[in-house]
Design a binder for this molecule. Structure first.
Ligand SMILES: *[C@@H]1O[C@H](CO)[C@@H](O)[C@H](O)[C@H]1NC(C)=O
Ligand SMILES: *[C@@H]1O[C@H](CO)[C@@H](O)[C@H](O)[C@H]1NC(C)=O
Length: 469
């Protein structure tokens, strides 16, 4: 029986299908709208091919003869049944019941390309593995340093608020950055000079990109969902976000201060304060609906000091797309040096990779933390010293490429775009492109190293390709 099973596995493992069939993980109608909107910047593969579009990046024409006999392009392994730890002549089947559903999402853990080598720590965390705190009026789940120990710079949370529910008044020792994943909401804050801020925030509805926001360390703020409810991706500039001394809730403070002191401080009768919550609610419901979307001004408090000079909210929908010279998609980059002055500790990029497109080989001068908004991707982290490890990503996955690690991000789907965020604890977005580097180096140097012709080197693009088709 065991032999028969083994034979079945072997047979199924060898009947590899070449195309990865990937079901879209997207069911949210707003995200659907975003993906299917009629926008000249969105060029599905079929449309591109119909227009005679040629991929502009350099693909190797000839492979070194050494590898000709069994040319392994390192593609993702596909199995007609459950993934098995086998690749070519290497490995063997599972004889025990592996967790096949998890294996299927992480085929490169099970049957990595042979270019992977050495010990590279785990660089991926799926939000689906996080504990979710269910509260009256919403939920929250986190990825902190204990989930993904390599992510020391940044931690993250997904926060959901029911219609009109609040995330309570609080502040942090560190900076908070938010990306509206869905719905609508309103944020408030004040600065150290007593100037205040109120703004609506919107998710990716009606074919537009959503809003992002940034609150500097110490700036106290609140978030409220509007009619549609709200879901936000939150990023914090310390991986150890759950450590004591990171987040401070107003109600938590007040219930841990002698009542007489609170009353004296606010100039209130202590009897008025006896119904304060005994424990901070974190999320709580509104007793009166707020003014609807677009009418934040109605509840704005006028202060003698005026409004904050800097905007804490940035509308991605109003930012021009940077079309990738490589023809594989577009990016929108935000940082404090170019377009989002307040965001001095967080630089970000929204990356849109067309079907089969690829964010080119590159590296950064800070850890990259990433979040997959939709689609499926594959990335190899080159950790130096002959070590590398490949990871597979889908919606809701987070990941980290530590500073200087070389990497790419390939959209595995032939039909769906891959949309993700790159985030850095840095004032400025910085990346280095491998192609550009080689193109700007005397060709003979590169030719002699890689044993390719100088003609091939000279054909490399001198401009960053960003995303190749
Ligand atoms: C959606 O966008 C279209 C075109 O830009 C506009 O006419 C329409 O009013 C928008 N709908 C909503 C609900 O914002
Ligand atoms: C370069 O490739 C050729 C075959 O095309 C081979 O004969 C030669 O040994 C290679 N040189 C190096 C330094 O590997």
């Amino acid at each position: 029986m065991a032999r028969l099973l083994q034979l079945t596995f072997l047979l199924s493992a060898f009947s590899l299908v070449s195309n990865v069939v990937v079901a879209s993980p997207i069911s949210d109608p707003q995200v659907r709208d975003f993906l299917t909107r009629d926008d000249p910047a969105v060029r599905p593969l079929a449309k591109r091919e119909a227009s005679g579009y040629q991929a502009r990046h350099l693909r190797p024409i000839e492979y070194p003869s050494k590898r000709d006999s069994t040319l392994d392009l390192g593609d993702i392994a596909t199995f007609s049944r459950d993934p098995q730890p086998m690749r070519g002549a290497l490995g063997d089947t599972f004889l025990s019941p592996s967790n096949h559903d998890v294996d299927k999402q992480n085929v490169d853990n099970v049957a990595a390309p042979t270019t992977d080598a050495g010990t590279v720590p785990n660089l991926k965390w799926s939000m689906s593995l996080s504990h979710t705190r269910l509260l009256k009026g919403g939920w929250v789940r986190e990825q902190v340093v204990t989930d993904l120990p390599v992510s020391k710079d940044l931690a993250a949370a997904e926060l959901r608020l029911s219609p009109n529910a609040y995330r309570e008044l609080h502040w942090h020792r560190i900076a908070e950055w938010g990306y509206v994943l869905g719905g609508t909401g309103r944020v408030t804050a004040i600065d150290e000079s007593g100037r205040n801020f109120i703004s609506d925030i919107k998710g990716p509805s009606n074919g537009t990109e959503p809003d992002i926001y940034y609150f500097p360390p110490g700036v106290p703020h609140s978030i409220q969902a509007l009619d549609d409810g709200l879901e936000v991706l939150l990023i914090f500039t310390d991986g150890n976000f759950d450590a004591s001394g990171t987040t401070f809730m107003l109600s938590d403070w007040l219930v841990h201060t002698p009542l007489g002191v609170v009353a004296k401080n606010f100039g209130m009768d202590p009897n008025l304060l006896t119904k304060m919550p005994a424990k901070d609610p974190y999320i709580y419901k509104a007793t009166v609906d707020p003014p609807p979307l677009g009418q934040a001004d109605e509840e704005a408090v006028k202060t003698p000091q005026g409004y904050t000079p800097q905007k804490y909210v940035f509308e991605l929908s109003k930012q021009e797309k940077t079309m990738a010279p490589g023809g594989g998609g577009w990016v929108k980059i935000q940082d404090s040096v170019t377009n989002f002055p307040v965001s001095t500790q967080l630089a970000s990029a929204l990356v849109f990779i067309e079907p089969n497109g690829m964010r080119e080989l590159h590296w950064h001068t800070a850890d990259e933390w990433l979040y997959i908004i939709s689609g499926t991707g594959r990335a190899t982290a080159f950790a130096g010293s002959s070590t590398a490890r490949t990871f597979d990503f889908q919606a809701g996955d987070t990941g980290v490429f530590p500073v200087s690690y070389g990497h790419y991000m390939l959209n595995l789907s032939p039909t769906e775009p891959l949309i993700f965020l790159e985030l850095f604890k840095a004032p400025r977005y910085v990346d280095f492109s491998a192609t550009q580097w080689l193109a700007l180096t005397p060709p003979q140097i590169v030719a002699d190293l890689l044993n390719i012709s100088t003609d091939a080197v000279s054909a490399l693009k001198k401009q960053k390709q960003l995303i190749v088709a």
